[in-house]
Design a protein around this ligand. Structure first.
Ligand SMILES: [Mg+2]
Length: 385
């Protein structure tokens, strides 16, 4: 029998060699505008979708939201980072080497954790499809049978928050995050009590200021809203204000959570050691993907921190599926998981992820377990700015 050429033998022994990577920017309208702490208003969600193709024809998908005020990643910058730096580094590599590829991405460029995350998630989807296992199995296997679903309330007035919260409670949610740092503090304290009264003692409430409070406002808020039973207050102050967070933590009856300031494992260790935080918000876009997010979750658990997993506002079910697989596998998920695909007017997969009985089901199919709607991807492809 004739020997096969060396190149063909190599392809057979390494069928997951990466042959192509596409960076696809999308802009999807939201169902309604979302108000964030600091006064930002979102009407569209901007995401980078990464498509990874192996020599055997299998395809994996990943996503990262643009987050200029969190990771510094703009949509245009993420496309450039993938095309110029990450695609040349990944093409020709074996996708099965997830840890090695994550390290190469981490060291290739400083920052750019969003586009790194989109690549890393796409590689996990590809590897899961090849092995015929869900991403949760690649991450070590499920550690729980349900995840605590958290949903945010970010309307311009409390009446709308109340109406939305009641409707969501009827739909099964038992955990709500108030977006604060937008209105006068007295109004936001009153909103916390109004929601507690309307929803009852059994629901969980927390608040997120997205760095939108001054130190004085934050002190006033935690003292005033404490009896509304807030599980935690997330990122009241600027991301680099560790001294401010520490001073606030010393007087606050409400535990503090880091989000924008929790941009690396080292930063989280530092905040915890100084006594500034009781928990941490982990996102794939901050940690460069699933490998980085899982390591962060393991360290956070070892430090005794509560963990919240979250999508950036308006991530589609591609990014949401990655987060749900992570949510089922991290050692600790005390502060729940927040998906945001429900804010999109149109999702990017055939069967969007939905909340059920206060949880999100873990997609059971191989890889991320979602089928990308390529027609929707084409329709919402962002125009060049
Ligand atoms: Mg946050």
């Amino acid at each position: 029998m004739a020997r096969k050429p060396a190149a063909a033998q190599r392809l057979e022994s390494a069928p997951l060699l990466i042959r192509r990577i596409d960076a696809i920017p999308v802009s999807i309208p939201l169902v309604q505008a979302v108000l964030m702490g600091g006064g930002q208003k979102f009407t569209h969600s901007e995401s980078l979708i990464v498509r990874v193709e192996a020599v055997n024809g299998l395809v994996g998908w990943g996503e990262a939201s643009a987050a200029p005020t969190m990771t510094g990643d703009s949509l245009e910058g993420m496309v450039a980072a993938v095309e110029r730096y990450f695609a040349p580094l990944l093409i020709g590599q074996n996708a099965l080497d997830l840890g090695m590829l994550a390290r190469r991405l981490a060291h290739a460029v400083i920052g750019n954790t969003g586009p790194k995350a989109a690549c890393d998630v796409a590689l996990h989807d590809l590897v899961g499809k090849y092995l015929g296992v869900p991403v949760s199995a690649l991450l070590g296997g499920k550690a729980r049978t349900s995840v605590l679903a958290l949903t945010q309330l970010a309307n311009p007035d409390v009446e709308k928050d109340l109406a939305e919260a009641k409707q969501k409670k009827r739909a099964g949610y038992g955990f709500f995050k108030l977006k604060v740092g937008v209105k006068p503090v007295e109004e936001e304290i009153a909103s916390a009590y109004a929601l507690r009264k309307a929803l009852g003692p059994e629901v969980l409430l927390c608040a997120d200021a997205n760095m939108g409070m001054t130190a004085a406002e934050a002190r006033k808020y935690v003292a005033g809203a404490a009896d509304a039973g807030l599980l935690f207050l997330e990122q009241p102050l600027r991301d680099n204000d560790l001294a401010g967070m520490l001073a606030l933590a010393r007087m606050s009856p409400v535990p503090l959570c880091a989000d924008e300031s929790a941009h690396s494992i080292e930063a989280i260790i530092d905040m915890q050691r100084q006594g500034a935080i009781a928990g941490v918000n982990i996102k794939t876009i901050k940690m460069g993907g699933l490998v980085g997010a899982m390591r962060t979750a393991v360290v956070s658990d070892a430090l005794g921190l509560a963990v919240n997993l979250a999508s950036k506002t308006g991530e589609s079910s591609i990014g949401a599926a990655a987060l749900v697989h992570l949510g089922y596998t991290v050692p600790n998920l005390d502060w729940g998981i927040n998906l945001t695909n429900q804010y999109l007017a149109t999702d990017l997969v055939k069967q969007p992820l939905r909340q059920k009985d206060g949880s999100f089901e873990c997609p059971a199919g191989p890889g991320l377990g979602v089928e990308v709607d390529e027609g929707a991807l084409r329709r919402f492809r962002a125009k060049k700015h």
